[in-house]
Write a protein that binds this ligand. Structure first.
Ligand SMILES: *Cc1c(COP(=O)(O)O)cnc(C)c1O
Length: 422
């Protein structure tokens, strides 16, 4: 049997064996309900609180600021809907303007569809466009705030093209804005970031980032699926999505999934402790892959930022200087457009060789529309459909990339021939 080569780590990562190990006791002996006051309950409660402590230290927060959820989607929904539903305008000022929320055009669907739902409820929303490399238009963002704005949500790193957004810079600017708003009696604008793709590689210090809310999930960091947390800064009040027994300070009722919570904390600890070394190793491999593909395949375009190393990329946000010596692209992300090639066909052919990649976003495979991210960075529908994403992981080796580089040029050639005959 042929060995499989998995290059779709932005969609899902395998469970780290060390994570599995710490989860195991909670599938057998340690089955207690954390709300129970007896020994079995206390044992489970201690495990949850220890996980909360671990996570809070990793992101420079307090344990009381962590709310466990069932994944990135839920964390994001809680942050976005929870902010809108809590907003004073919404609840008390019937004749005033409804809350206004801002996000970018290249967010994950869990953000975009939360915004859509709020539009349906009567909220005002704005989507800020991005430049050709996926960086949010900071000038436009600045100009889009209004007195009734309650939330800005910008993703930390993009899942399709790997763009790392200038979160700390936005946070710094917003802090200044909120000081002015306070003096003028206006509501504070909360800042949320979807850090689901970032957690494996980037600094998560919430104070350095200047965020009030941050979503992280386990499935992208070698942890269990349907696990995640929302960081909620002390003093920030949001409205829950799920009501019941009042677990997670009333923010997320329901008996806690103790095994998953313990696994999530372990997974985050492992990737965050390793992230600098792993970023270096994996960006080397990514550069090797990009170089190889450019050498062996003609008419290929790398979508997203063009720098993988710790150098400044071409940032179009007016804050260029602060960007030096920072990553501008996730070190494991590549996304290519192959002229005159059907991305989906290429993906399926590669799959038949045991090489797993993705087209657009794996979360919307049923869609026939071209990726909203690729079109937002300026690709035509045809270019967007000719794209595949390759995302490397902890177990990716140079040998695997060489195997890919051996079959890819022939497949591209073959598919181009088919296209030209038709
Ligand atoms: C995967 C992902 C999500 C959704 O997380 P789930 O745990 O699958 O709900 C949200 N945002 C980004 C950027 C992601 O990559």
């Amino acid at each position: 049997m042929k060995k499989i080569i998995y290059l779709d780590h932005a969609a899902s990562t395998p469970l780290d064996s060390r994570v599995k190990k710490v989860m195991a006791p909670f599938f057998s002996g340690k089955f207690g309900n954390p709300s129970s006051l007896h020994q079995k309950g206390r044992e489970a409660k201690v495990a949850i609180e220890s996980a909360r402590q671990t996570i809070s230290e990793l992101i420079n927060a307090k344990p009381s600021e962590i709310i466990f959820t069932a994944g990135g989607t839920e964390s994001v929904n809680l942050a976005v809907l929870g902010t809108a539903h809590m907003s004073a305008n919404w609840k008390t000022d019937k004749h005033g303007l409804p809350p206004h929320l801002i996000t970018s055009t290249i967010e994950h669907h869990c953000v975009l569809n939360s915004f859509k739902a709020l539009t349906g409820e009567g909220c005002q929303t704005d989507l800020i466009d991005v430049d050709g490399q996926g960086f949010v238009n900071f000038d436009k963002l600045k100009k889009s705030i209004r007195p009734e704005t309650v939330l800005i949500s910008v993703m930390y790193a993009n899942n399709e093209v790997g763009t790392i957004e200038p979160i700390a810079e936005i946070g710094k600017w917003l802090k200044q804005i909120n000081t002015e708003r306070f003096q003028n009696g206006l509501t504070r604008i909360l800042f949320h970031t979807d850090a689901c793709q970032a957690a494996g590689f980037l600094e998560l210090d919430v104070n350095q980032l200047g965020v009030d809310l941050m979503s992280v999930n386990g499935s992208k960091i070698y942890g269990p699926k349907q696990t995640g947390f929302l960081y909620v800064r002390s003093g920030v009040n949001i409205y829950p999505l799920i009501f019941g027994g009042g677990q997670e300070k009333g923010m997320r009722s329901g008996t806690e999934n103790v095994a998953n919570i313990v696994g999530l904390a372990k997974a985050l600890e492992l990737v965050q402790n390793d992230r600098e070394l792993e970023s270096k190793r994996i960006s080397g491999l990514t550069e090797y892959l990009v170089k190889g593909i450019r050498q062996k395949v003609s008419e290929v375009l790398l979508n997203g930022p063009d720098s993988f190393s710790l150098k400044a990329g071409r940032i179009n946000t007016g804050i260029k200087k602060e960007y030096h010596n920072k990553l501008t692209r996730l070190p494991n992300n590549t996304n290519f457009s192959f002229k005159d090639v059907e991305g989906e066909a290429l993906m399926l052919y590669l799959d038949s060789y045991g090489i797993m990649v993705s087209t657009g976003s794996a979360c919307s495979t049923a869609e026939t529309e071209a990726s909203h991210v690729l079109t937002a960075i300026g690709l035509s529908q045809a270019q967007a459909r000719s794209s595949i994403r390759l995302t490397l992981g902890k177990q990716t080796t140079k040998i695997e990339l060489d195997s890919l580089l051996k079959v890819l040029p022939g497949l591209v050639k073959q598919l181009r021939k088919v296209k030209n005959i038709v």
